[in-house]
Design a protein around this ligand. Structure first.
Ligand code: NAD
Length: 247
């Protein structure tokens, strides 16, 4: 069976960079009409210029009104890829309430908000695939200095399973992907923020048993699979794409 998304509309959050960007390119290359959204409007506009089949839309996933407007303007959404996320660096002792709240607001609540807005349209058509980008650092695995991040990414796995269970008989599938460490602009920022980029990069590479970081494209392949009819019997699962980190 060949994966084709012809006639399908996909909305992706945080599509200007990293995994979201690679997912937008991969879905569009396979024929989807992709609405690439990001708080960085210029970033998604550049992406839309790069490949046919991609429309750019500035969207802050923390903005309920903007989400409602997006859904009103695009009543038929077949695929939703929830990619927006934020890393707080620190243990519980470093995590003040602001960092905790921001982690859950961006990583979990925003996903709840946009999924709740998109689902009624999917239920009307009787079909829909939701792909949530969680992390292997979640309920799957602990990692140093990822307290609020891991907790909020675990919430995504719980949400994924709940949504899958509630709508399993309505043609809606909802799955999560748990990436290991993947090259991206924000990862580079985090490496730079340690004060010793090379040392931090080497440490991140070493914790991946394959000895290298993942690429956004490797995660995008799993996005495409889970969004496609080839995954028609698959829902409510969290898939590790982590270079063996969780073995
Ligand atoms: P990234 O962090 O480099 O880019 C994130 C994008 O999110 C940026 O384009 C940014 O403009 C956008 N963004 C930030 N706040 C936003 C908001 N409020 N509304 C809309 N967009 C917003 O990309 P990445 O590292 O590929 O991360 C993407 C997702 O993958 C995140 O959820 C992240 O937690 C998850 N993830 C990443 C890794 C990794 O190692 N890179 C590992 C596991 C999980």
């Amino acid at each position: 069976m060949r994966t084709t998304f012809a006639g399908k509309t996909a909305v992706i959050t945080a599509a200007a960079n990293g995994i979201g960007r690679a997912s937008a390119l991969a879905l569009a290359a396979r024929g989807a009409d992709v609405i690439a959204t990001d708080i960085d409007g210029d970033g998604v506009a550049a992406l839309a210029d790069e490949q046919a089949g991609i429309t750019a839309q500035r969207l802050d996933v923390m903005d309920s009104n903007a989400i409602d407007e997006l859904v009103q303007n695009n009543p038929r959404i077949d695929i939703l890829v929830n990619c927006a996320g934020w890393v707080h660096d620190g243990s519980i002792l470093d995590c003040d309430e602001e960092a905790w709240d921001r982690s859950f607001a961006l990583n979990a609540k925003a996903m709840y908000r946009i999924t709740k807005a998109v689902l009624p349209g999917m239920l009307e058509t009787g079909t829909g695939a939701i792909v949530n980008i969680a992390s292997i650092v979640s309920s799957e695995k602990g990692a140093p200095r990822r307290f609020a991040y891991g907790a909020s990414k675990a919430a995504i796995i719980g949400m994924t399973k709940s949504i899958a269970a509630d709508f399993v008989q309505d043609g809606i599938r909802c799955n999560a992907i748990c990436p290991g460490t993947v090259q991206s602009p924000s990862l580079e920022d985090r490496l730079r923020a340690t004060g010793d980029f090379d040392k931090a990069l080497a440490a991140f590479q070493q914790r991946q048993p394959m000895g290298r970081l993942g690429t956004p494209e490797e995660i995008a392949e799993m996005v495409c699979y889970l969004a496609s009819d080839m995954a028609g019997f698959t829902t409510g699962q969290a898939f590790a794409v982590d270079g063996g980190w969780s073995i």
